[in-house]
Design a protein around this ligand. Structure first.
Ligand code: NDP
Ligand code: X2W
Length: 406
């Protein structure tokens, strides 16, 4: 159980403080459970500044978040994002091997956020003071854990455990029995721009995989508009190594990765059924794809290069305009100007997906290029976008980071 306060709004008593009342708050600090009382008032403990509300209504929107798997890469990315979120604060953080440690001992770059809760094991986590959960655990471990959470909690699960609607298909691809089929029924797939209305009312959101995000965002509008032949889609995708998580594996050693690229999961990567599920929903008929992922010697970033056959009579201009129109009101999906090549550098550290489409030399074919940051739009960024929606906040809250370039 966490006894330290959070760095953010989570440690506010709902009635205590808003703009205009912040004075010398570092004086007379006293801790009580997750709250910090300053001179009889309650305040958030932020390393540099105290959380200041613009209004009482704003303060009442406070959401206390549990972060399961906080010592992993996607967990760390959520901590980074919530450090600048006006309404979400972290009151519980869990880890496995790192349970019992402070977050700055696991990630020294959080040294300035000393008031984050200590990492506890999932079994020791106390959810009584929590409103919502980000679940950043390895796939296969998550179904049991989410099943054991209080039903009142909103949950965004970043693992693959609730992404496939068909239980049999899940068991075939993941090689283990599904441990929470009832929850699978209620889970909503969290591809935000496509399923926003369903996400709004969901209690459990299955956040998409990084490859499926980068692939479905460009293809779904084209399939829905019948602009491409659904039987002949070839996807060549490349990922930074953070996509494999922080766990030590020989294949992820610097010596194994630097100065080379490697394809893996040829013909049988577990994202195939997830991609096909989303595309088939858009087409209202079964779609199969050829998908080959590659590991690149870079820490974050993902590019999917997708080869499609255009429907008879369709031109590149049609594809471009369909994508442009589909995403014109979207903040995080951008169709670049004609001819501009999307590159992973240009989305690094941001929640953007950049897309463009190019004519192939072979008549009737098109090449689509889609890039994301795997830890942002491919995981934690999209997860926050979804929880914002589920909690009724503007979906870009805490996500308006410009890309980190170069
Ligand atoms: N990395 C990425 O780009 C993406 C990842 N995802 C998915 O998000 C999830 C998290 O990924 P990522 O952050 O990269 O993974 P990491 O391996 O970096 O982190 C895993 C986290 O889970 C904890 N953990 C490991 N095993 C258990 C267990 N048996 N019980 C409880 N906790 C456990 C770890 O604790 P400890 O460190 O103490 O061992 C750590 O906090 C995965 O399901 C992944 O597939 C989805 C999209 C993209
Ligand atoms: C580089 C790398 O190993 N990437 C991971 C995919 C990461 C991802 O999207 O995650 P999910 O596990 O949540 O599906 C892989 O290929 O399995």
């Amino acid at each position: 159980m966490s006894t330290t306060s959070t760095f953010s709004s989570a440690c506010f008593d709902r009635s205590c403080l808003w703009k205009g009342e912040v004075k010398s708050l570092r004086l007379n600090k006293q801790r009580s459970g997750n709250r910090v009382y300053v001179g009889g008032r309650c305040a958030a403990l932020s390393p540099k500044s105290f959380r200041v509300w613009n209004s009482k209504q704003e303060q009442d929107k406070e959401v206390r978040v549990a972060l399961l798997g906080a010592s992993g890469y996607t967990g760390a990315e959520i901590i980074r994002l919530l450090a600048n979120h006006p309404f979400f604060g972290i009151s519980v953080m869990t880890a496995d091997r790192n349970a019992g440690k402070s977050i700055e001992s696991v990630f020294p770059h959080f040294i300035s956020h000393k008031d984050l809760p200590v990492l506890v094991s999932t079994n020791d986590a106390d959810f009584s003071d929590v409103d919502a959960v980000f679940c950043c655990l390895p796939h296969g471990t998550t179904q049991e854990i989410i099943k054991g959470l209080p039903k009142r909690l909103k949950v965004v699960d970043l693992s693959a455990d609730f992404r496939l609607r068909n239980i049999t298909e899940y068991e075939q691809w993941y090689g283990q029995p599904h441990r929470a089929p009832d929850l699978q029924e209620e889970a909503v797939y969290g591809l935000t721009e496509v399923l926003r209305d369903e996400i709004k009312n969901a209690r459990l959101v299955a956040n998409p995989g990084c490859y499926p995000t980068s692939i479905q965002l460009p293809l779904i509008p084209l399939i829905k508009a019948n602009l491409i032949e659904s039987g002949n889609i070839i996807i060549d995708a490349k990922s930074g190594v953070s996509g494999a998580g922080r766990g030590a594996k020989v294949g992820n050693l610097y010596t194994e990765l630097t100065e080379g690229i490697m394809s893996y999961g040829l013909t049988n990567h577990r994202h195939v059924p997830e991609i096909e599920q989303g595309l088939s929903d858009a087409a209202h008929s079964k779609i199969t794809v050829s998908f080959t992922p590659h590991l690149m010697p870079m820490s974050r970033g993902m590019q999917s290069t997708i080869y499609v056959e255009m429907a008879p009579g369709t031109t590149i201009e049609d594809l471009y305009h369909q994508l442009k129109n589909s995403y014109e009101d979207e903040e995080f999906v951008k169709i670049l100007d004609k001819g501009v090549v999307p590159r992973t550098h240009a989305v690094r550290g941001s929640n953007y997906c950049y897309i463009n489409v190019f004519p192939d030399r072979i008549s009737g074919r098109a090449i689509i290029v889609s890039v994301i940051d795997n830890l942002m739009k491919g995981a934690s960024g999209q997860a926050l976008q979804n929880l914002n929606i589920m909690m009724g906040f503007p979906e870009n809250t805490g996500l308006t980071y410009l890309p980190l370039f170069p």
